[in-house]
Every structure is written in C-alpha cells, then in structure tokens.
Design a protein around this ligand. Structure first.
Ligand code: ATP
Ligand code: MG
Length: 489
C-alpha cells in the first residue's frame, strides 16, 4: 500500500497554529495564517484553469509570496517546477518546455521579459493571480501520497545539460527527518534562508520549518552584514551556506563573534577549502560540513557537530537511514580507496523527468570520494573534472583549496590541459586581491611547499573573474576558453 501522510502545512497549522512560521524583513506570518493564505491562493490559481496533476513553473526571487505559492500549489495537487532566476530566457524556455508546464508564474518585473517567447495566457505575474477577484474552490489535498512528485528542480548544469530532478513528498519528508536525526531539533531553533528557494538548499529549509514546526527567517538576497546581524541579534540558530557565502560572512564578522545560541553553519554545495574550515574553528564558528545534491533533496552526508573538529575536511557519514558506498567499475571499494560516490535512501530521487528510474534505488552521483577507516566520507571532486597525468589522479579541487589558502588569492580554478608527455597536466587560473603584488613565481613557490610535484600546475594565469554558472559554481569546462582570452596573461 502507498504511504500517505496528511497535508504537511494543514497538519502543522492544526498542531501549532499560533507559532511563527516565517519572518521576513518587513512581515511575519504564523502557521495558521500561512495555511489560510495558501488555501486562498490555491482557489485563485485554480480560477486560471489549473488543476490537480498540472505542472506549474515558477520563476521568482525569494519572497514571502513565493513561499505561500509553493504551499498553494501543493493544496491543489500541482507539481511545482522551480527555475533558477539567473537563467537566460533561452535556458528557461528549454526547462519549461521539457517539464510541459501549463503556466509560468513570475515576479512582476520579469513578466514583460517573458511575454516575447510565449503569450499572455501562459505567463502570469504573481500579482495578477493574487489580485484576481475570481475564485474557484477546487478540493484541497488533505493528504499527500509520499511517492507522488511534489517539486521538480533542474540540476544546475555544471557538468552538462540540465535534467529535471523529481522530488517526491516522501523525498522532502525523509530529507527533513534525516537532518533532524543528525542535528536535532530545539525549541528555539530558527533557520535562516539566505540561499535561493529555487534551489534545494533553500526549499529544504522551508519544508523543515513546516515539518518541525520551526520558525524560518527569509532574506531575499544574501547580504553578509544582514546575515551576521540576524545571527548576532535576531536569534537565528542555524543557517545554510555555500563556500563563497561562508568566506564573506567570516570577513564581515571581523573581530566580532557569534552568540553561543548560534549552533550550526551548515556548509555544502561544493568543497570548502581546509584553510577556511580552520579559520572558522579558530573563531569558534560552528561550521558543519555537508554533502548533498538536488537528487538527494538536500543533505545525504553530514558531519555531526561532535566530529567537526577531529574530522575536519570530511563531509561526515550518510545520514540515518541513508546508505553510501564507493564504487569503481562495479566493485565496492574498501577504506581509503577513491571511487564514485553511490547513494541510496528515501530522500533520493526516483529519477529524472522523462527518464527511467534508478535500478535498486542506488544513485551514481558522478562525484569521486573515499571513506576513511571509520567510514567518514571525503569528497574529492567530480569525476568529469578529474585530471589524469602520467597515470596519477589529480583532483582540481585539491589544488584550488591550496591556492585559496594563499593570502592574496581570492578565487581560483584548475583544469586539465592536453600534454604530449603526461597526457594531461593541470593549469591554474587565479584571481588576485586588487592591488596584490604577488607574482606567478611566488604562487608556484607557495604550491611547491604544499603539493606533490605532479600536482603542480604547468601554467598559472591571472584573470579578473572565473566562469561560474547561475548557481555560482565554477564551470571548469569553460576554463579552457579562458586560455585564449585577452584577460589571461
Ligand atoms: P549538474 O548535475 O547539472 O552538473 P550540480 O551537480 O552542480 O549540476 P547540484 O545538485 O546543485 O547541481 O550540486 C550538487 C553537487 O555539488 C554534488 O554532486 C557535488 O559535486 C557538489 N557538492 C555538494 N556538496 C559538496 C561537498 N561537501 N564537497 C564537494 N562537493 C560538493
Ligand atoms: Mg549534479
């Protein structure tokens, strides 16, 4: 029999009606108010012909409206397709067509931008829907079938064409549960969302808020000053960050510190350089590393707070009740032997839109890592970015991590370039702090002291910026184009 649970928000509104659900800079809303509002919005959306089972695309920045809309669509029984707002119209067109969405709901400012490729009966601004006087009282979904698809998110396309990841109600439920079994839930918990809601990092916080009955604070954009203020004086206890956010927060914090009530800076989405982790430990910032992806509906491996110092650099162990193994050519590897990270769990997607489901539920992540003797995962890099030089495996992320520990380096990217003798050799692109006098020779000497000889980049190029995608992730395959650009010298 299919597992069915009550509508998450309706249930939460019954249990904790008066508890604060969401706070933004200008407003706040309780769980009961959120549910009432999501019902009204559901009826308004239904008046535009939207029914259970329809795919609805959302192209909106973080806002309270977006959060309300997300729950309104669940009330109708729609599948919500969340798009990155930094996509170009062409990229969005591809995803909307691929997901066969019935309408696109967008912010007012973006609405006119999107009319061109489509038409007026297809793209609606949120305010058009909210301001309608029409009302169609479709049945509210009082129960969710856990195997039904709730949301679709396209992977960020760091390594190729984006694929629509199906996230079921069960995936969201189990993801929130798995996180709680590791980090715990405290009465005073308050999780700050300063990452986009169209990414699983942001959406998963909203889902946890409703499932746990926890307050979430929403920032429309990441502003290190505002985030530090929220942590230092507005009772935020947990925040999710990616590496670039982490370093900006630490810089902004300066000599100040966080209160002891602040218990978790959950850092994921990409490798965190060791030097950054050490800097955080020195400043008593409770960084908890995590590894996850769109396909695992947020975290699947997270370091517990107690292991944070002894296992620095590790992403931790697979959360309860998830499984993880390291595989090379179909063979499971023992400790300290790198291979592809393969995961399974109730939070793992059943598959991509229009593609076959995964066999036995095991997801091949395309990432390389190894487990230490005690079963802690160390993520090395993406398989597609691996450089094989004279038979040795070189992980660009390791070289970037060392480069970034240089005081004058603010960003770096490493990629393999063909080489007659070695097959491939690493090349490094470095962004220096403005006004820095460091030379390429200085950087080389710095690397010689810290890396094995075969890992030393053959060339170092100073550039102004590095190619990053809409998720702000480094696009290593585009680094090669940089070789031919004028900026490289
Ligand atoms: P695409 O799949 O389209 O190439 P993407 O993989 O970048 O895009 P996401 O799902 O947003 O899309 O990112 C998940 C990926 O981020 C992981 O597969 C992994 O490569 C990387 N990542 C996440 N957490 C960590 C971590 N702790 N350490 C290293 N890499 C990480
Ligand atoms: Mg991916």
């Amino acid at each position: 029999m299919e597992l069915v649970l009550p509508n998450f928000l309706e249930k939460r509104a019954q249990i904790s009606p008066a508890k604060m659900a969401i706070k933004t800079e200008t407003s706040s809303i309780t769980f009961e108010q959120l549910f009432t509002r999501s019902k009204e919005l559901a009826y308004k959306i239904a008046s535009f012909g939207i029914r259970k089972g329809d795919y609805v695309s959302i192209y909106m920045e973080n806002s309270l409206n977006l959060m309300e809309l997300i729950f309104a669509l669940k009330n109708i029984g729609c599948i919500t397709v969340l798009h990155n707002t930094r996509l170009t119209v062409e990229e969005l067109t591809y995803q909307v067509k691929d997901s066969d969405s019935k309408i696109i709901i967008t912010d007012e400012e973006k609405c006119s931008l999107l009319q061109e490729p489509w038409n007026h009966s297809f793209v609606y601004s949120f305010s058009t829907i909210d301001n309608t006087v029409k009302y169609e009282e479709v049945p509210i979904q009082h129960e969710f079938n856990l195997s039904d698809t709730d949301t679709i998110m396209y992977t960020s396309g760091t390594t190729g064409f984006p694929k629509g990841v199906k996230q079921t109600y069960g995936n969201h439920y189990w993801s929130a549960t798995a996180s709680a079994l590791n980090l715990g839930i405290r009465e005073d918990d308050c999780w700050l969302i300063a990452v986009p809601l169209f990414h699983i990092s942001g959406l998963s916080i909203l889902m946890r808020g409703v499932i746990y009955g926890m307050e979430v604070v929403l920032h429309t954009k990441f502003d290190p000053k505002k985030v530090n203020k929220a942590i230092r004086s507005e009772k935020v206890t947990i925040i999710s960050v990616v590496t670039t956010m982490l370093s900006k927060l630490v810089d902004e914090l300066g000599e100040e510190s966080y209160p002891t009530s602040f218990r978790c800076m959950l850092a994921g989405g990409g490798p965190v350089p060791l030097s950054m982790l050490e800097r955080c430990h020195e400043k008593n910032i409770p960084v908890v590393q995590t590894y996850g992806m769109t396909e695992t509906c947020s975290q699947i491996v997270t370091l517990s707070a107690t292991d944070a110092i002894s296992k620095v650099g590790s992403s931790g162990k697979a959360l309860f009740p998830c499984q993880l193994k390291i595989v090379v050519d179909g063979v499971e590897q023992g400790p300290n032997s790198p291979g592809e990270i393969v995961v399974k769990g109730p939070n793992v997607t059943t598959g991509y839109l229009h593609r076959a489901s995964f066999e036995d539920g095991w997801l091949y992540t395309g990432d390389i890592g190894y487990l230490d003797d005690e079963g802690f995962l160390y993520v090395l890099d993406r398989r597609s970015d691996l450089i094989i030089s004279g038979g040795e495996n070189i992980y660009p992320a390791e070289i970037e991590s060392v480069l970034q520990s240089h005081p004058d380096v603010i960003d770096s990217g490493v990629t393999g370039v063909e080489d007659e003798k070695w097959g491939e050799v690493p090349n490094a692109f470095v962004v220096l702090k403005s006004g820095a006098k460091t030379t390429k020779e200085d950087i080389m000497n710095f690397l010689y002291d810290r890396l094995a000889k075969y890992k030393i980049p053959k060339r170092i190029m100073f550039v102004d910026t590095l190619p990053r995608n809409a998720t702000n992730k480094l696009q290593r395959r585009k680094l090669k184009d940089l070789l031919h650009q004028n900026g490289a010298n």
